[in-house]
Design a protein around this ligand. Structure first.
Ligand SMILES: [Zn+2]
Length: 94
Protein backbone atom coordinates (compact mmCIF):
# COMPACT_ATOMS: atom_id res chain seq x y z
CA UNK A 1 0.00 0.00 0.00
CA UNK A 2 1.21 3.47 -0.79
CA UNK A 3 1.11 6.40 1.59
CA UNK A 4 1.13 9.87 0.10
CA UNK A 5 2.72 12.83 1.80
CA UNK A 6 2.41 16.49 1.02
CA UNK A 7 4.79 19.30 1.77
CA UNK A 8 3.23 22.71 2.00
CA UNK A 9 5.51 25.57 1.02
CA UNK A 10 3.79 27.55 3.73
CA UNK A 11 5.16 25.12 6.33
CA UNK A 12 8.81 25.58 5.41
CA UNK A 13 10.97 27.28 8.02
CA UNK A 14 14.58 26.84 7.01
CA UNK A 15 16.75 25.87 4.09
CA UNK A 16 19.88 24.01 5.21
CA UNK A 17 23.01 23.94 3.08
CA UNK A 18 25.26 21.06 4.15
CA UNK A 19 29.00 20.99 3.44
CA UNK A 20 29.85 17.89 1.41
CA UNK A 21 33.22 17.66 3.14
CA UNK A 22 32.69 18.18 6.89
CA UNK A 23 28.89 18.16 7.18
CA UNK A 24 28.65 21.69 8.60
CA UNK A 25 25.14 22.98 8.10
CA UNK A 26 24.38 26.57 7.16
CA UNK A 27 20.82 27.56 7.95
CA UNK A 28 18.73 30.13 6.13
CA UNK A 29 15.30 31.28 7.26
CA UNK A 30 13.18 30.92 4.13
CA UNK A 31 10.89 33.80 5.04
CA UNK A 32 13.80 36.16 5.50
CA UNK A 33 16.04 34.82 2.75
CA UNK A 34 19.06 35.76 4.85
CA UNK A 35 21.60 33.68 6.75
CA UNK A 36 20.59 32.79 10.30
CA UNK A 37 23.42 30.48 11.33
CA UNK A 38 25.72 33.23 12.54
CA UNK A 39 23.91 36.48 13.31
CA UNK A 40 27.15 38.32 14.09
CA UNK A 41 28.48 37.67 10.63
CA UNK A 42 26.90 39.94 8.04
CA UNK A 43 26.55 37.84 4.93
CA UNK A 44 24.76 39.51 2.08
CA UNK A 45 24.85 36.54 -0.27
CA UNK A 46 25.26 32.80 -0.26
CA UNK A 47 28.73 31.93 1.05
CA UNK A 48 31.11 30.53 -1.56
CA UNK A 49 32.78 28.16 0.85
CA UNK A 50 32.21 26.27 4.08
CA UNK A 51 32.92 28.59 7.04
CA UNK A 52 34.51 25.68 8.97
CA UNK A 53 36.69 23.70 6.54
CA UNK A 54 36.71 26.24 3.65
CA UNK A 55 35.66 23.57 1.17
CA UNK A 56 34.22 25.46 -1.82
CA UNK A 57 30.54 24.86 -2.39
CA UNK A 58 29.71 23.52 -5.81
CA UNK A 59 28.44 26.40 -7.96
CA UNK A 60 25.27 24.50 -8.91
CA UNK A 61 24.43 23.95 -5.22
CA UNK A 62 25.13 27.56 -4.33
CA UNK A 63 23.16 28.97 -7.25
CA UNK A 64 20.31 26.50 -6.72
CA UNK A 65 20.03 27.29 -3.01
CA UNK A 66 20.13 31.01 -3.74
CA UNK A 67 17.44 30.71 -6.43
CA UNK A 68 15.25 28.62 -4.12
CA UNK A 69 15.58 31.13 -1.29
CA UNK A 70 14.78 34.00 -3.60
CA UNK A 71 11.77 32.23 -5.08
CA UNK A 72 10.38 31.07 -1.75
CA UNK A 73 10.84 34.51 -0.19
CA UNK A 74 9.04 36.19 -3.09
CA UNK A 75 6.12 33.77 -2.68
CA UNK A 76 5.97 34.56 1.04
CA UNK A 77 6.19 38.27 0.33
CA UNK A 78 3.32 37.99 -2.15
CA UNK A 79 1.34 35.95 0.39
CA UNK A 80 1.17 33.09 -2.12
CA UNK A 81 3.15 30.41 -0.30
CA UNK A 82 0.01 28.63 0.88
CA UNK A 83 -0.90 27.92 -2.73
CA UNK A 84 2.23 25.89 -3.48
CA UNK A 85 2.11 22.27 -2.42
CA UNK A 86 4.69 19.56 -3.12
CA UNK A 87 3.60 15.96 -3.36
CA UNK A 88 6.37 13.72 -2.05
CA UNK A 89 7.39 10.44 -3.66
CA UNK A 90 5.11 7.71 -2.41
CA UNK A 91 6.41 5.61 0.47
CA UNK A 92 5.91 1.92 0.06
CA UNK A 93 4.71 0.40 3.32
CA UNK A 94 6.19 -2.97 4.21
ZN1 LIG B 1 32.96 22.04 5.56
Amino acid sequence: MQKQSLLLLDDLAQLVLACADCGTEITFGVQRGLPEANPTQKLSAMPGECPVCFHAFDASVREGAEALLRTIKSLYDADSASRIIFRLKPEVET
